[in-house]
Design a protein around this ligand. Structure first.
Ligand code: FES
Length: 529
């Protein structure tokens, strides 16, 4: 699957240089999505020298593959959050998100960014009886928080909603156009933006952070991990559940999808739909079907979305298919701020499926903390807030799942042993010469051979057949068939093997294992000489 979403399809394909020299800055931001670019924009006039390093291209790791929806009220997670943390914190979450949407609106106005931003309502509905309780809970939670909503008959007939809630004044945009245009506007003066500059290692030397990329080194006083999940080994990875969900964009016949964000509950199937119009083309965007990274059937999940869209709308062909990652925390609140006391390392992660708005909340908090200013939401999202009792049930569940994946992949799985028996556009884990090998074959028939062991913490990667990637079920690192890192906490890619070397080595070790202690070779032993 090529890496395009409906949003990147309408990008202007702006490009930024690669880091090709050693530089010294005040703040190094790792990650060029909405969090990193917005933080850089907020620091641009501060007098601090900022470098932003994106491993791939601006917006194209995560933000450009999201829903493009901006809403202050979370989905059904709001009820869980309020149950765990109380109404006061629930209200603060909603206000922080409301302010973030206003900030996006101000940025668009200030920099004249053409990104199809619109204020629209958000609909939250159930189409089957078993999901009505979810809507009722949401209505009770919103009433408890004194949020303005209407609860009653649903306006869109094609979705066959039984009951729904409406929140006015939410928003939608094209996230890729927003991020890359914002990056273009701020890439001058004190801000330098680099693409194709993956950070491969970080060290602390004489009180400064040294970031290594393959063509240049950065020395920084402070660093921000704006990579969706922090890079490297951190305890936070045990508190995050990585999930993957899918998006499909269709051309639509006749009546377009009405303006608004529509979140639907159909029993165990949850889906969001929205319309998008650009260059006089009308599209339907359908997003949903999440599963844990490396643990679901990506093709089946995409098919579910397509069946849903065709059952409810008059759609023509699918013009784009894409996947997006999300990280859920164990207590329903993201981690934003100082990684630990006394360190000038900042993180922003655990946005669940609400990353465009939370990424902007994070940028405001991080910029204030870098500049030593108070932020009214810093304590709410502080990464050092850890409350073992509040997090315990989900923490145990997430980590039992990670442990199970290790055991299953190392002990229980029975892998095939033929390195060549892989069909075109498929991938397979093969057990060969005592190693677990990730073998895939591209559409042209070329084999790609890598180690199946994730360089982060040695999970065994799984093949994602819809996106043609290797995905690690433990903490969500993902890799191309050639072994390069796409996202997740791993700094380095999968170890790449040459097929001929592997086979030669295996042959050699087979022969060596045949040599008996007497020093007689296998052929001598069999009497063939
Ligand atoms: Fe942690 Fe793979 S992402 S082991």
């Amino acid at each position: 699957m090529k890496e395009e979403s409906l949003w990147t399809r309408y990008s202007d394909n702006l490009s930024f240089p690669r880091l090709l020299e050693d530089i010294t800055v005040d703040v190094a931001i790792i990650g060029g999505g909405i969090t990193g670019v917005t933080t850089a924009a907020l620091l641009a006039d501060s007098g601090k020298k900022i470098a932003l390093l994106e491993a791939r291209q601006i917006g194209r790791s995560s933000s450009g593959f999201s829903t493009g929806n901006l809403y202050e009220i979370l989905g059904d997670e709001l009820s869980d959050l309020v149950q765990l943390h109380g109404a006061e914190k629930g209200n603060r979450v909603v206000s922080s998100r409301r302010e973030a949407i206003l900030l996006i609106e101000r940025m668009i106005e200030r920099f004249s960014i053409d990104c199809d931003f619109r204020r629209v309502p958000r609909y939250f509905y159930a189409s089957v009886k078993t999901s009505e309780q979810t809507i009722e809970n949401e209505a009770k939670t919103q009433a408890l928080l004194n949020l303005p909503f209407t609860y009653g008959p649903f306006p869109e007939k094609r979705l066959q909603a039984r009951v729904g809630i409406v929140n006015d004044d939410q928003a939608q945009f094209n996230p890729q156009r927003y991020i890359e245009k914002l990056a273009e506007k701020i890439n001058c003066g004190n801000v330098e933006i680099y693409e194709r500059s993956a950070v491969e290692k970080i060290e602390k030397i004489d009180g400064r952070y040294i970031l290594y990329t393959d063509h240049g080194i950065i020395s920084a006083e402070k660093i921000i991990h704006a990579t969706h999940t922090p890079k490297g080994l951190m305890t936070y990875h045990t508190l995050l559940g990585p999930y993957r969900e899918y998006g499909l964009a269709f051309k639509i016949n006749g009546r377009p999808h009405p303006p608004g964000i529509f979140f639907g509950y159909f029993g165990d199937f949850h889906v969001s739909t929205r319309g998008y119009e650009r260059d006089r083309e009308q599209y339907l965007v359908v997003v949903g079907s999440p599963h844990k990274v490396g643990q679901g059937d990506s093709v089946e999940e995409m098919n579910r979305l397509e069946i849903f869209a065709r059952a409810h709308f008059d759609v023509v062909e699918v013009v784009e298919r894409w996947g997006a990652q999300q990280y859920k925390t164990t207590d329903y609140l993201p981690y934003i701020g100082h990684k630990s006391k006394g360190e000038d390392v900042f993180i922003a992660t655990g946005f669940s499926a609400h990353g465009l708005t939370y990424g902007t909340v994070a940028a405001q908090i991080l910029a204030d903390q870098i500049l030593g200013r108070e932020n009214p939401y810093a304590d709410l999202y502080s990464p050092t807030r850890l409350n073992p009792l509040k997090s315990a049930p989900k923490f145990i569940k997430e980590n039992a799942n990670v442990f199970y994946e290790y055991v299953k992949d190392y002990v229980l799985e029975n892998y095939p042993q033929d390195l060549h028996d892989v069909a075109a556009a498929e991938g397979k884990i093969v057990s060969f010469d005592g190693k677990k090998i990730a073998v895939s074959r591209d559409e042209e028939g070329h084999l790609h051979v890598c180690s199946a062991i994730c360089p982060h913490l040695a999970g065994v990667v799984h093949w994602n057949n819809a996106e043609k990637t290797w995905d690690c079920p433990c903490h969500g690192s993902r890799f191309t068939p050639e072994g390069d890192v796409l996202e997740g906490p791993a700094f380095k890619g999968l170890q790449v093997y040459q097929l001929a070397d592997l086979e030669e080595k295996a042959e050699k070790s087979k022969k060596e294992s045949w040599i008996p202690r007497t020093g007689i070779s296998p052929s001598e032993e069999s009497g063939l000489i």
